[in-house]
Design a protein around this ligand. Structure first.
Ligand SMILES: [Zn+2]
Length: 312
């Protein structure tokens, strides 16, 4: 007889905890992405929550053939167990289109014809000055959207957006000054990261996002999009990034080394995440390690740092 699944514990908002790990298939799983996978997985399981795997393959030009399969196999070999079937962004183009339509209906978007060079020459800090905003009097040239390639930008308000990160604390960004009207649909006809993942998290009913520090300053943009689309905002936690001695992010290395699929690697990752695990802990199996990590996992032990240097 099949045993009934244990009833998941509820978080404070009354929903079941649903977390996720969302690698881009642009190379092997390296130590930096292992940290994000582990932190999101352990935090979900420590809350008796669900943990989903998503492959962020919307930008097909950046996809390295077979790397999604490699990442999935590596996660399996490391003992990760995800719930539900794997979500592929490339199968959700229609959902992104619908979200874009909704923003267009709300009159929040406009086409932008500026080249990178033009933006650079018009803005001292590289932030888009709103040149193509329909109500912008500075640019009088009439343009039709038919004969030129363009990107779609979303208008952002001139006000501060704040949220509380579970590791980094309060974070505030003035969208207009900090990023300006940002692109949600690229000139090369690809939905941007910001728009696509907001839709993904909504469709997957994600309640908790644990990911790398490099995405902290994208969060206000994503919360703004959630608000415009009428989606709930998940709870965020940004973990430090693993960098080399030269301060290079591992994903930026042309040949980021694949993680070793063994217990010492998992123990090392858990210790980087500030968890109370002795380096010489003698686990009998991967399952043993994971069960112990779920039992002792404390998100508040994760160091509140931007980067941690690792030997590489
Ligand atoms: Zn423009």
């Amino acid at each position: 007889m099949k045993k009934p699944n244990p009833q998941p514990k509820n978080n404070t908002t009354g929903q079941t905890y649903r977390g996720r790990f969302a690698p881009s298939p642009s190379g092997e799983l390296h130590f930096g992405s292992l940290l994000a996978a582990m932190a999101s997985y352990a935090d979900a399981r420590a809350h008796n929550g669900q943990w989903l795997l998503r492959i962020d393959d919307i930008d097909q030009a950046r996809v390295v053939p077979d790397s999604a399969e490699h990442i999935i196999r590596t996660l399996e070999q490391l003992g990760f167990e995800w719930d539900e079937s794997i979500y592929y962004q490339s199968r959700h183009i229609r959902d992104y289109r619908k979200a874009l339509d909704k923003l267009q209906e709300k009159n929040l978007t406009y086409p932008c014809f500026c080249s990178r060079k033009q933006i650079k020459s018009r803005s001292s800090n590289g932030i888009y000055p709103g040149t193509c905003r329909p109500n912008n009097q500075a640019d009088k040239t009439t343009k039709t959207t038919e004969d030129k390639e363009y990107a779609l930008r979303i208008k952002v308000p001139d006000k501060a957006l704040s949220f509380k990160d579970q590791i980094q604390g309060a974070y505030t960004q003035q969208l207009a000054q900090g990023v300006g009207d940002f692109i949600i649909y690229r000139r090369d006809k690809v939905f941007t990261y910001q728009l696509s993942i907001v839709v993904d998290e909504y469709l997957s009913r994600i309640t908790h996002i644990v990911r790398g520090h490099d995405l902290l300053d994208s969060t206000p943009r994503q919360i703004y999009l959630q608000q415009q689309l009428g989606y709930p905002t998940p709870i965020y936690a940004h973990i430090p990034l693993a960098v080399t001695k030269e301060q290079l992010k591992l994903s930026k290395l042309s040949r980021a080394r694949k993680v070793r699929c063994d217990l010492p690697t998992l123990v090392q990752a858990a210790r980087f995440l500030g968890q109370d695990i002795a380096p010489d802990n003698n686990y009998q199996s991967l399952q043993d390690f994971w069960q112990h990590l779920f039992d002792i996992w404390q998100l508040k032990q994760v160091p509140k740092m931007e980067k941690i240097e690792i030997m590489y």
